[in-house]
Design a protein around this ligand. Structure first.
Ligand code: MN
Ligand code: MN
Length: 501
């Protein structure tokens, strides 16, 4: 029996469009689910996916990938990494699993929407594999942390986080609901696969996999690279969709979707990846600062792909790039100070050596963020621990659900960007967040931030105890300093240092 080469049959076999006779075209592909923006089906048939594979090929490769990841895990099960790794690294694992595992599951639903409602046959093929990919990613990232649950219940948050009203989980769900679950097929192709995946996760996973290998966590490294190879394939769903839209006079609409996707993804990336790279990663293992990483990948690579497609850069590009200098430092202060409200133990990352590194990578850090850490260090050294814990919540952005913050100290630029809409005042962290809201206020207007809920009396008692209960954080799960404050010893030994004075 002769077997045809894939290239000989693929183009014919993928043309799975037919003319419906029992229902109308609009009933088969309702605009609300498809989002074809009036581009007709024959035009969508021009969609040409850059990565072509068949089901037998897919299954064979995926089986090998799964076998690889699970066998590395099994082989290293008895190694002592969990006991010997720097606690900052363990915190990266916990924040990653809780923040992402069920996000992958949501991404599976998003791929399923493109599988059913994508207007182009090639898109539906790619998305079918993408759907299976995301299911695999969910299973892997629920299974791998599970072995640690008996030693440390914070790992249980891989499953638990998305089912709680914990603030970082709310912020993550906000983005996932908005970009993955609550959109039509074409918007998903652009916002999830093009903006979120090629812009952010693909790079994130490449970086994370090499960081894991660097600290000797080969289990996590192989898990992440196994996932990344899937992402780099299905992330290519969005590019050809953009080409079809641009070719059919929908450039402005396409740009608007890209800009919303980037803005939505950036905040979450900033709060999870920024502090992981510049504070939680042990100093000896840091290769790039978060800013350098963003400049190289997002500016160097992603900006190039926008330009190659003929898209203009977002109106807010300079503002977003300016945030590379400070926003994640502000979030880090919040993560550490509000540490009882998160499911991992943040590393402070402010030993004298680490501060030198921060000052070198971010000139002026000591005069701005360092001023806040000076106060925290003074309190830790003096044993006034009560002064290092929160009593209530910070003001939150009604778009990102993250604290409204920016540069403290000598560079002070913290500012609320309010908006009156239908009799309610909304608060935003930046012009970018406010613009996001204005793109479709009806999507966002009824949502109450945690602070809105606190003020409305939904959280009782309205203090930190009531807040932790509302967030479903049990005592053994509360975050605390990753290194049990050992880093502060460097400020204790020198009685003449500023902090010990
Ligand atoms: Mn995935
Ligand atoms: Mn994906």
């Amino acid at each position: 029996m002769t077997i045809l080469d894939r290239s000989e049959w693929y183009d014919i076999a993928r043309e799975t469009n037919w003319t419906p006779t029992f229902v109308t075209e609009e009933e088969l592909f309702p605009e609300v689910m498809t989002g074809g923006l009036g581009v007709t089906r024959d035009k969508w048939e021009k969609y040409d996916e850059p990565y072509k594979t068949s089901y037998p090929e897919y299954v064979k490769i995926q089986r090998e990938k799964d076998a690889g990841a699970y066998s590395v895990k099994a082989a290293l099960e008895r190694n002592k990494l969990f006991e010997t790794a720097d606690p900052g690294w363990i915190s990266i694992l916990k924040s990653h699993y809780g923040g992402l595992a069920l996000g992958e599951y949501a991404a599976m639903s998003a791929e399923a929407r493109m599988t059913r409602f994508g207007p182009a046959p090639g898109m539906r093929n790619m998305a079918t594999f993408g759907m299976l990919d995301e299911n695999r990613h969910t299973q892997l990232q629920l299974y791998f942390p599970h072995e640690h649950c008996s030693k440390d219940r914070q790992f249980d948050w891989a499953v638990k986080a998305y089912h709680t009203n914990e603030w970082a989980a709310i912020a993550t769900r906000r983005m996932v609901d908005d970009l993955f679950l609550g959109r039509d097929a074409i918007s998903i192709a652009i916002m999830l696969t093009f903006a979120f995946e090629t812009g952010f996760t693909n790079m994130q996973f490449l970086g994370l996999s090499s960081d894991a290998a660097e600290v000797g966590d080969y289990t996590f490294s192989s898990l992440i690279s196994s996932i990344q190879t899937d992402e780099s394939r299905h992330a290519q769903i969005g590019g050809p969709a953009l080409e079809v839209l641009i070719a059919n006079g929908k450039k402005a609409e396409a740009e608007r979707m890209v800009y919303q996707g980037i803005a939505g993804a950036w905040r979450l990336f900033c709060v999870l990846t920024g502090p992981s790279m510049d504070y939680n990663t042990p100093l000896a293992h840091r290769k790039h600062s978060f800013k350098e990483f963003m400049q190289e990948w997002i500016i160097g690579q992603f900006e190039r792909s926008l330009i190659d497609l003929g898209l203009d850069l977002p109106w807010y590009w300079d503002k977003l790039v300016a945030e590379f200098d400070y926003m994640h430092h502000a979030y880090q202060l919040g993560l550490w100070y509000w540490r009882p409200t998160i499911w991992w133990n943040p590393a402070a990352g402010v030993t004298p050596d680490e501060r030198d590194w921060l000052e070198e990578k971010y000139p002026g850090w000591n005069d701005t963020f360092g001023k806040c850490w000076d106060v925290i260090i003074e309190n830790v050294v003096a044993g006034r621990m009560d002064k290092t814990y929160p009593e209530t919540l910070p003001i939150l952005c009604n778009m990102s659900q993250l604290p409204i913050c920016a540069i403290p100290g000598n560079g002070w630029n913290v500012k609320d960007y309010p908006l009156e809409y239908q009799g309610r005042t909304y608060h935003f962290n930046s012009e970018i967040d406010r613009w996001m809201f204005q793109q479709s206020p009806e999507r966002y207007r009824d949502h109450m931030s945690l602070v809105d809920r606190l003020l409305a009396g939904q959280i009782q008692p309205p203090d930190i105890g009531g807040i932790l209960k509302y967030m479903n954080i049990a005592p053994g799960e509360c975050g605390d300093d990753a290194h049990k404050y050992a880093w502060a010893d460097a400020y204790r030994v020198n009685p003449f240092s500023k902090s010990a004075a």
